[in-house]
Design a protein around this ligand. Structure first.
Ligand SMILES: [Zn+2]
Ligand SMILES: [Zn+2]
Length: 330
């Protein structure tokens, strides 16, 4: 099969022929159709992500199951699936025993990712894609969509609350749609005024354009109960904290470019919280896939052939991918 192999950091990835994998007990083999590109892929390229090389990246894969390993009974050949990051815990640690994510979980780094024609996955890491949801639209749900749904659910939104999304790119444009679909008043905060009409069309009730001090701009617009931050700018994350209303929650999903400075006195007086979120409960993935299947969450995609993985990564690194890039397998 053909696979995009990452052999060294800061080097071009290579399209290579490698042996077809065969599924072991509890595993499945997937013919990958689409594979989303995420910020993690850039971090991997820069050596900022602790993965052992060489490796096949791609943690937003969707496709069809072509072979079942021994003992797999729930999935069938032909099932349309995607694969989550944490595929299978060790089953023995305290986290596994209490149903929490396992620190020793099997991931794409163990079995290989979706930037290959065939991909091995643990059956427990596969999620069925609802009928009617295209595989390319489903791909970004497996990291970006899942992350924003977990971020929002972990902030415990209440009816009537306002959610502000800071950083409206790959994750943020899904966050705006998810918050709107859940019936929450939704603000989008962006540094680019030319995104206003698009963000309103995505379902934002209002768009706050602010480059330098998004916290002040949000406060001037009435503040928010929940801020869902997807930016990597530590300065912006520190600023947006000031845009929270009383008992507000700032949920961070971006890898910040430095330490984040929070005004602890303001946090104390207003009972505000700073939290982080990554893909959490599997029900959050199911929920965002359902919203996508109903057309309430529509990822805006740039689709490229697998051969263009290097160009796509460069575009992502340069901030040229407007929302989400997905690699298509022939
Ligand atoms: Zn990701
Ligand atoms: Zn475990």
């Amino acid at each position: 099969m053909r696979a995009i192999v990452v052999s060294e950091i800061h080097r071009e990835w290579t399209l290579t022929q490698v042996a077809d994998p065969r599924p072991g007990p509890g595993q499945v083999l997937i013919r990958v159709r689409y594979s989303g590109m995420c910020g993690t892929d850039v971090h991997l390229h820069r050596g900022q992500f602790p993965a052992k090389l060489p490796i096949v990246a791609g943690h937003e894969p969707t496709g069809e199951i072509v072979e079942l390993g021994p003992g797999v009974t729930d999935l069938k050949v032909g099932d349309r699936v995607g694969v989550v990051w944490d595929q299978k815990g060790c089953g023995r640690c305290n986290s596994c025993q209490s149903g929490e994510p396992c620190p020793h979980s099997q991931t794409w780094m163990d079995l290989g990712g979706g930037n290959s024609e065939l991909m091995l996955a643990w059956a427990s890491g596969c999620a069925l894609i609802p009928d009617g949801l295209a595989l390319e639209a489903a791909a970004p749900m497996f990291c970006a969509g899942y992350t924003v749904m977990s971020a929002l659910r972990n902030a415990n939104p209440k009816p009537g609350e306002r959610v502000a999304v800071l950083g409206v790119g790959g994750l943020g444009h899904l966050a705006v749609q998810v918050a709107h679909a859940l019936g929450l008043e939704t603000f989008a905060i962006t540094g680019q005024a030319n995104k206003r009409a698009e963000l309103l069309a995505l379902g934002a009730d209002d768009v706050v354009v602010a480059a330098d001090d998004p916290g002040k701009a949000l406060l001037d617009a009435g503040g928010a109960d929940i801020v869902l931050s997807t930016t990597s700018s530590a300065k912006q994350i520190g600023s947006i904290f000031h845009g929270l209303r009383r008992r507000g929650r700032l949920v961070n999903t971006g890898v910040a470019d430095g330490p984040v400075s929070i005004d602890s006195f303001a946090a104390m007086l207003a009972f505000c919280e700073f939290r982080g979120a990554v893909p959490d409960h599997r029900g959050h993935l199911t929920e965002v896939l359902e919203l996508a299947a109903k057309g309430k969450v529509k990822p805006k995609l740039e689709i490229y052939a697998l051969e263009r993985a290097n160009d796509v990564r460069d575009r992502l690194e340069a901030g040229k991918v407007r929302y989400r890039a997905v690699l298509a397998h022939a």
